[in-house]
Design a protein around this ligand. Structure first.
Ligand code: PMP
Length: 304
């Protein structure tokens, strides 16, 4: 799906074709970039586009820049403004996926720390059909990158070498996605989302020390599961063998939303079809992100 024609680059709205940086920028040479993927949800009844958890996404982007020692970190307001500007410049009135990248723009050697560039763009994109059908996954032969090497908590562009390897391996083996294990062999996360298991009505998800991204959707689901669905949620280490004990599994992320995982390594999860807890979580999540309930209005930034 094409990127919308107007993009944001270093404080200005530019045409897609003019959204360029130098080929020798540090982000190209050394992967010195951090990024966010987030969504805006069109609510036709309200005639409103709501960006979901804009503040938290831009906070995470700033955390990433700090951890990667960017000398200049754009303000929270400037980063939020980039997404709002892109929405308005493209007159967006449809459910959208935004990509924001903060990067080191200078042509210098390894220890360069600036200058910082920021780019943002939007793609009109609804939910994946997999949200309905579910997806198959394999356990990747690639180990998840470790916190003391390439911290997965930082959404660094270079980290995604690991995710791509796992994703491409899975697709060439005929699966739809991959799950990765930590160096200790515990369940970590999927290539583009965090993972939950459902066992006897309890939700279980790898804890924040399982070499995962601190996913905003994961946190949202934990809160909604507890407060709206009355479910018990366990954040802990998850053994690989626990997956065949699960009644249901799903992956979650801003782009993926909530996607049932119906098999792992061709072994069906539960009955091999999306289960009732997953469906309840999907419904609650979609109601909240579209602003169909007032309970979490603070999570929504209206554009119009
Ligand atoms: N893990 C990985 C590896 C991801 O790429 C994503 C997508 N950003 C997630 C988890 C989910 O994070 P979030 O809910 O913040 O989008």
């Amino acid at each position: 799906m094409p990127t919308e024609p107007k993009m944001y680059l270093n404080g200005q709205i530019v045409d897609y074709a003019d959204c360029k940086i130098h080929a020798f920028a540090s982000v190209v040479k050394y992967g010195a970039g951090v990024f966010e993927g987030l969504r805006g949800y069109w609510n036709a009844d309200a005639g409103q586009l709501y960006v979901f958890r804009l503040r938290e996404h831009m906070e995470r982007l700033r955390y990433g820049m700090k951890t990667m020692r960017f000398a200049q970190i754009p303000s929270q307001e400037e980063l939020e403004h980039a997404v709002i500007e892109v929405s308005r410049a493209n007159a967006i009135r449809a459910t959208t996926h935004y990509r924001v990248i903060a990067f080191l723009d200078g042509d210098d050697e390894l220890a360069t720390t600036g200058p910082t560039g920021v780019v943002a763009g939007a793609v009109i994109r609804g939910s994946s059909p997999r949200a309905e059908s579910g997806m198959s996954a394999m356990v990747s032969s690639y180990t998840r990158i470790a916190d003391n090497a390439l911290p997965p908590r930082v959404k660094c562009t270079a980290n995604y070498v690991n995710n791509r390897a796992a994703e491409l391996e899975a697709r060439s083996a005929g699966y739809e996605s991959a799950l990765m294990l930590t160096q200790e062999g515990k369940l970590s996360e999927a290539t583009g989302g965090c993972v939950f298991l459902v066992r006897k009505g309890r939700l279980i998800t790898p804890d924040l020390s399982s070499d995962i991204l601190e996913s905003i959707t994961r946190e949202t689901i934990i809160e909604l599961a507890r407060s709206k669905l009355g479910l018990t949620v366990e954040e802990r280490r998850v053994d690989r063998s626990e997956m065949t004990a699960a009644d249901e599994m799903f992956a979650c992320g801003s782009g993926w939303e909530v996607i049932p995982i119906t098999s792992v390594g061709r072994v069906p999860v539960g009955d091999g079809v999306p289960g009732p807890a997953t469906r309840a979580i999907q419904k609650t999540y979609f109601d909240v992100v579209h602003g169909r309930t007032n309970a979490h209005a603070a999570w929504l930034t209206p554009i119009w």
